[in-house]
Design a protein around this ligand. Structure first.
Ligand SMILES: Cc1cc2nc3c(=O)[nH]c(=O)nc-3n(C[C@H](O)[C@H](O)[C@H](O)COP(=O)(O)O)c2cc1C
Length: 312
């Protein structure tokens, strides 16, 4: 019998069924279609678009990327073509794929989030919204939405109303005092799932010039360096809420993905790994089948929460 028939990789994230738990992460896979000549998008559980805003954004000055020990620093500045151009020029192509499309949404005030979601509600083919709340709220002195439970509640509640029946995922900041409190605030305001987590604020200096290696001075750290830290956050969030969690941070192999599933994630996302190998996500899907076969597990949902069961 064919191995892919014997091992069932399908998962559910709330009401949404995915053929497998591997989803590419926002900002690391363009708008999706750019990768279609390299990756069989139909083999992925889904993909998340780069962040989409109300108006087009040019982004941060270069350099925007910098390799660090076991990771990567980025300051892209959320460059994107804006919701109108996305709906007109990108979405019609993306709808052709037999995979789940999740759109990542961000804004600089409450109205921005609501307006982008409203515009998407008129379109077809979107499986879920993912709110990036790691953005400065210009109306509240630049404080990040995601760092304060009251602000999280406000932005999630407003987006929830605008989103109608479409599932709403909320992508949390990793650098907060207590991720459980933030996770609960998002759940109570109507989030259908949580994405844990975004990049860590970080800095690297060019010692020849004494300046930052990035055009934007600081950036976000991603890649294998953050995996153990984020894994703990997923576990903590899992204990705090009942809604599903999508885990990401430094996943490069199928076994990395298994770790996230074991601490309670329902699905995973792959980000930085796609920069070194655009086919990384597809490779992880193949690898999951092999890992499960090796361990004689025929249904991927059987490994979920294994860590919690063993460790309380
Ligand atoms: C170049 C780059 C751009 C990113 N852009 C976004 C974005 O637009 N929206 C967002 O929510 N996260 C964005 N992220 C964060 C990733 O989606 C992911 O949360 C983070 O990189 C951790 O996962 P990883 O270690 O697998 O990369 C970006 C990350 C990178 C490296």
């Amino acid at each position: 019998m064919n191995s892919s028939v014997r091992v069932d990789l399908s998962v559910e994230v709330g009401a949404l069924r995915f053929t497998n738990p591997v989803i590419t992460a926002a900002g690391t896979f363009g708008y999706g279609a750019e990768f279609s000549h390299l990756v069989d998008l139909n083999r992925l559980g889904g993909f998340v678009t780069k962040g989409i805003s109300r108006e087009p954004i040019e982004g941060a000055p270069s350099p925007r990327l910098h390799e660090t020990a076991s990771g990567m620093l980025n300051a892209v500045g959320l460059q994107n073509i804006g919701v109108e151009a996305f709906l007109r020029d990108k979405l019609p192509l993306l709808r052709k794929y037999n995979t789940r499309l999740i759109v990542n949404v961000f804004g600089y005030c409450l109205d921005d989030y609501v307006e982008v979601v409203r515009r998407f509600e008129d379109a077809e083919g979107i499986s879920a919204y993912e709110l990036n709340i790691s953005c400065p709220n210009v109306k509240k002195g630049g404080m990040q939405f995601g760092s304060d439970p009251a602000l999280v509640s406000e932005v999630v509640g407003a987006a929830r109303k605008a989103a109608g029946a479409t599932p709403l995922w909320v992508k949390l900041l990793p650098l907060v005092t207590d991720i459980g409190t933030i996770a609960k605030a998002a759940e109570e305001a109507g989030a259908d799932a949580l994405t844990v987590a975004n990049t860590y604020p970080a800095l690297a200096v060019d010692v020849r010039t004494g300046r930052s290696v990035l055009g934007n001075t600081t950036g976000g750290l991603s890649g294998p360096a953050i995996k153990p830290i984020t894994l703990r956050l997923v576990w903590q969030a899992r204990k705090a809420v009942k809604i599903p969690i999508i885990g990401l941070g430094g996943i490069e192999t199928a076994e990395d993905a298994v770790e996230y599933l074991m601490v309670g994630a329902s699905a995973v996302q792959v980000g930085t790994a796609s920069f070194a190998d655009p086919r990384a996500s597809e490779g992880i899907v193949e690898g999951l089948t092999k890992v499960l076969e090796r361990d004689k597990i025929f249904n991927i949902i059987d490994i979920r929460d294994k860590f919690g069961v063993e460790n309380g």
